[in-house]
Design a protein around this ligand. Structure first.
Ligand code: ADP
Length: 469
């Protein structure tokens, strides 16, 4: 059963119960008031006659002519009957004709015990006769019983009409509520229907560009659901796009070194009498391409482990020792064309993974070497800033333009594609740096001026208060 139908049935059902309760209350109130009016009238008349009998000290004194005089003031549909205490009917009002108003045993006994009361008699279904009975008492004894009755037909007709009217009214109200409710639920659920249709269309066509249409901005739960759904689609589309680009980039990155290696190999195979020097060059090129592929695959492996939530080891690491080692290595790697200085070194210990932190320094220093032309300089430093340590790698290289700066930490992003690939980079170095720094609860900042140089600052929380030297 659809939600729309279920909701409509629910509140129509609730409304029906409510209307039934209200109807029953109204009906019983009106009934009580109508029957109460009749009772009051019957009691008044009955007591009058009983009083009269009392004044004349006995039932026998109420003669037919006397009763006629009394009842003359009564309405024509009020019946009067007087019985002796033996139950024998001695007087009846004329309008009764040959009929006798019954006095069932329990009420007779009640009257004999000096009590008055009311009861209903069914003489002609469905109309009832309402009867009041009262004892005629002489010296504390019941000598006779007065019965005054009235046909309830007019009152019952009123009540029947009332119940019929209520029934018609409630039926109309229920039908209206069900119709309007069904329509309103349909309107309210329309956006959900559209969201379902969109999700289905995406599943069938694989087109992640589709969105649930927003006809007007809604601030309610449905509005929140739709904007969350659309946001989720944005995110999915972005992820799929990223994934697609990533796969394309990997294939591209792997293809170019392989092409070089395969080309060189076939040349080496064909040209047997190649000069030794040329042969050596080709082997060197193949070696460096194979090394690049190796680096790329290791980087990719690391990033995929990072994506699947690889946790880093945590042990105290002396950043100053680490920086000193990286500095020495960089000096050897850079050769004589670049000046590398360790300008400032405070002492700082962080909780982290020494190998990964070394990788951060190596990647940053390698980039600085790679993108700084001969004659330039690179400065390394470690500063203690209270509860964090700052490592800086500054170079006087080519710098990074303002457009490239926000993207350099993206995977496979290269400011100058041809040049940086030729320089031997994989395009993954800074993504790895960012992941490692984030995993150590640190942050990375970069400032750069194209043509003048770049500075990378790494901030890491220290394990114990560090000391400035
Ligand atoms: P790559 O392996 O290509 O160096 P990275 O992720 O390490 O990849 O760096 C991304 C890009 O950022 C580089 O291609 C380069 O354009 C730019 N870049 C990184 N470091 C520097 C630097 N010190 N000077 C100038 N450009 C840099």
């Amino acid at each position: 059963m659809s939600l729309r139908l279920r909701l409509t049935l629910w509140y129509t059902g609730l409304l029906a119960v409510l209307l039934l309760l209200v109807g029953a209350m109204v009906f019983s109130r009106v009934q009580a008031s109508v029957v109460g009016g009749v009772d009051r009238e019957l009691q008044q008349k009955g007591d009058q006659i009983a009083q009269l009998a009392l004044l004349t000290s006995g039932t026998t004194a109420i003669t037919d002519p006397l009763l006629t005089i009394i009842t003359a003031s009564f309405e024509p549909d009020i019946y009067v009957q007087v019985r002796e205490n033996t139950r024998r009917v001695i007087i009846r009002s004329k309008n009764l004709g040959r009929a006798v108003i019954d006095l069932p045993e329990p009420y007779y006994q009640q009257a004999m015990h000096s009590m008055a009361g009311f009861y209903n008699l069914s003489i002609r279904q469905p109309d009832d006769l309402r009867v009041y009975f009262a004892p005629i008492m002489v010296n504390g004894h019941t000598v006779g019983i007065v019965q005054v009755a009235r046909n309830l037909a007019p009152q019952q007709a009123i009540l029947r009409e009332l119940s019929n009217n209520l029934l018609v009214l409630f039926t109309i109200a229920l039908a209206l509520a069900a119709g309007v409710g069904y329509w309103l639920t349909g309107v309210a659920l329309q956006p959900i229907k559209e969201a379902t249709a969109t999700a289905l269309a995406i599943t069938r066509t694989g087109n992640l560009k589709r969105r649930v249409p927003i006809r007007r901005q809604r601030m309610d739960e449905i509005g929140a659901l739709i904007s969350t759904f659309n946001e989720m689609l944005d995110r999915l589309e972005e992820l799929f796009e990223k994934q697609r680009r990533f796969t394309g980039d990997i294939s591209h990155e792997l293809r170019s070194p392989l092409t070089t290696i395969l080309g060189n190999l076939s040349l080496l195979r064909r040209a047997k009498n190649l000069p030794e020097e040329e042969r050596e060059d080709m082997l060197n090129e193949m070696h460096s391409e194979a090394e690049r592929m190796h680096r790329l695959i290791s980087d990719l492996l690391l990033l995929s482990q990072a994506d699947s939530g690889l946790a880093i080891n945590r042990a105290p690491v002396e950043l100053d020792t680490l920086l000193l080692e990286s500095y020495r290595l960089a000096k050897r790697r850079a050769g004589a064309g670049l000046a590398i200085h360790l300008t400032h070194e405070d002492q700082a210990v962080v909780m982290g993974d020494a190998d990964r932190l070394r990788q951060v320094l190596d990647n940053l220093i390698n980039n600085a070497i790679r993108y700084t032309p001969r004659g330039g300089s690179i400065e390394l430093s470690l500063h203690c800033l209270g509860d964090e340590a700052m490592i800086s790698v500054a170079d006087t290289g080519q710098g990074i333009t303002a457009e490239d700066l926000p993207h350099i930490f993206d995977r496979f992003y290269r400011a100058d594609k041809a040049r940086t690939r030729a320089a031997g980079g994989t395009g993954l170095g800074l993504s790895i740096v960012k992941w490692i720094v984030d995993a150590h609860n640190g942050r990375i900042e970069v400032e750069s001026t194209p043509g003048e140089g770049s500075v990378f600052h790494i901030y890491l929380p220290v394990a114990a208060p560090c000391t400035e030297s």
